[in-house]
Design a protein around this ligand. Sequence first.
Ligand code: BGC
Ligand code: NOJ
Length: 814
Amino acid sequence: MQFGHFDDQNKEYVITTPHTPLPWINYLGSRDFFSLISNTAGGYCFYRDAKLRRITRYRYNDCPRDSVGRYYYIKDGSTVWNPGWKPVKTELDRYRCRHGLGYTVLESEKNGLAASLECFVPVADNCEVHRLTLTNRTDAVKEAELFSYAEFCLWNAVDDANNFQRNFSTGEVEVDGSTIYHKTEYRERRTHFAFYTVNRPVCGFDTDRDSFCGADRDLDAPQTVLAGSSRDSIAHGWAPVGSHHLHLALQPGESTSCIFVLGYVENPKDDKWEAPGVLKKDRARALMEKYRTDAQVDAALQELHMYWETLLSRFSVHSEDEKLDRMVNIWNQYQCMVTFNLSRSASYFESGTGRGMGFRDSCQDLLGIVHLVPERSRQRILDIAATQFEDGSSYHQYQPLTKKGNADIGSGFNDDPLWLIAGVGAYLRETGDFSILQEQAAFDNDETKAQPLLEHLRRSFQYSCSHKGPHGLPLIGRADWNDCLNLNCFSDEPGESFQTCSNLESGKAESVFIGGMFVKYGAEYADICAHCGLTEEAAQVRAQVETMRAAVLDAGWDGAWFVRAYDAFSKPVGSHVCDEGQIFIEPQGMCVMAGIGVQEGLAQKALQSVQERLDTKYGIVLLQPAYTSYRLNLGEISSYPPGYKENAGIFCHNNPWISCAEAVVGHGDRAFTVYRRTCPAYVEEISEIHRTEPYVYSQMVAGKDAPSFGEAKNSWLTGTAAWTFADVSQYLLGMQPELDGLRVNPCIPHTWKAFTVERLFRGTRYHIAVRNPDGVQKGVVRMEVDGKPQTDSLISFVPGKADCYVQVTMGTPE
Ligand code: BGC
Ligand code: NOJ
């Protein structure tokens, strides 16, 4: 069953009912100001940091479901309704939600009055713009009352949720004409405030939630709206909100628009301020002036469209498969930008108050966007590197506002250091900008300890070299990519859980997965060294890589697949000798991507085992058999019921690893099947089972052991976005940036006859046409670059070229 459809022309997903299985959301904002908005207008916004600069409030746990947002109430006679259906839930005569790139439009109609609510965050300003256009479709004059509503959060979302005794007395607002200022904290810090304004005179306002709603009422029936007039309340503490009241009279056929702006302002710290508590409004007023007319809003929307058109024109494919094209050209890249901007901080499943930017997460997010925003990738890399410790380990997370490592979570995830090499490697291959390696980046955010980025990579690599266990494999530490595999966790205390166990006495547990990473990213680091003229270091690194390869082949091979790990007692995890959890997906993907066992035929065998043991119709599960009981020596992974999350769920993030691995060994048919199974556009028809948005990836789909097999959870913020884009663009379509140029080496289903790719690479626009006359899955037999035949599939980079035309013929080399 579908709840909407794709509109590829307009790059939108059109939702045709408010009754989606879950709130189906979109993100607004491209740089500093971000918003979440659902198909019923729920959600919230923040400046940079969802924890420390939360502008509007949200209620978590989806209970009551998606119940706070930016709401507009229309009172037409005795009927009260909202353009997004919620919160009043009056049945609408027409409803449509169009989620586009950086904007959302809610279109609806009731009793001959049509509403269109366009919401977006302008490319370069810190505000949400909401343009509500109302049209009278009847033959009679319509008079209606319009009320806006937004609830302010008191900046620090954790404090806002915890410290009521204080916060019920701190809220302050100021009303100036049609503008409501939210100035809590201004008394103390004098720098930041928010405002909510409309471009016309109001007949009233409210700023206090209880006055707006009525003490024992809620947003579905606020007393002011039902009564048709505001109370002009001024909040003193309690819950500050912003609500405008406008009276509208529309002739038959007439349309009118009201433009609301919800903005954030920060005055420089050293600004002289007039008197205590007196707002300096000049910046706010300047911002309001930019969005007062329809022409201004149209121009801002146009700028937003151009922003996305320009970004997405950097990579596009035209194939015989409409769903593939729509995911690659629009939604996958869009999601990559969202995950890059937000890491795993704020979604409808992540509160925004817990995690900030993840070290490993943000490093992997780079893989999906280095081609889109190279300059911003550069800055991100330096920010991430500055949270590394001098020994090469790192804070696991940092706050986006302060860019400081999060001491509560600390470090100890032993895959983290190697992901830095992965992210920097992707950046270097994309841009060729080796100057970044000389940029100074602090250690532990301490500028006095700054070193060139190259030194950070060196320490990343060295950390893994100096943290090996009894089998010569990397020590896992608290966990590796799989946060829930907590192998150094054991205790004799009955009833102890992984969260409280403290017996890390041996710390001996090892990860074959990190071994695979070490081989893959160690080799990339060696290439970087060689490119920088560090020949000796490159040789040493390669030697270390070979030692690790041997260790993986020796202790990490189980007979038909790669072992997952060794626990603190050096017992294997993910081996046929285990009673449950005999085979895990992660080392099969990572080790084969690293090329381990390919020549020996072991890689192929491992992938065969994946297909036999882990495949399902909805994707590949993380492990089998699922753990049926909790095991302290494994940790959080066994805390999930079978089939969910890391305990044998279909963890979408590592499905593309298998697709990449299949491409490494030349299996295009299988690589594409793996790609397609978890790809949201291909499961749109079963949205009632899948439940999350059909235009973006979710973190997880319930596995075959779960009662809700096929149900997706945790949509939007997942490394799946970046990894899938790396998979489809580099491994399947075969556009592979290398340090010296762009290689074209596709691996596709044998049924594909041809496809074209347009790709901007280091300033040159490559027009690449691939033909597959013999129906092979992999192999390039002929290539012409600007009409000149060449023997190699690498297009050497020639600076200064605007366009480059490439013809590629696939086939079986003689
Ligand atoms: C996992 C969750 C886990 C969390 C904290 C995430 O990466 O997916 O299952 O609860 O980390 O350990
Ligand atoms: C989600 C986390 O954000 C990511 O860092 C981790 O690798 C996966 N879960 C797997 O546990």
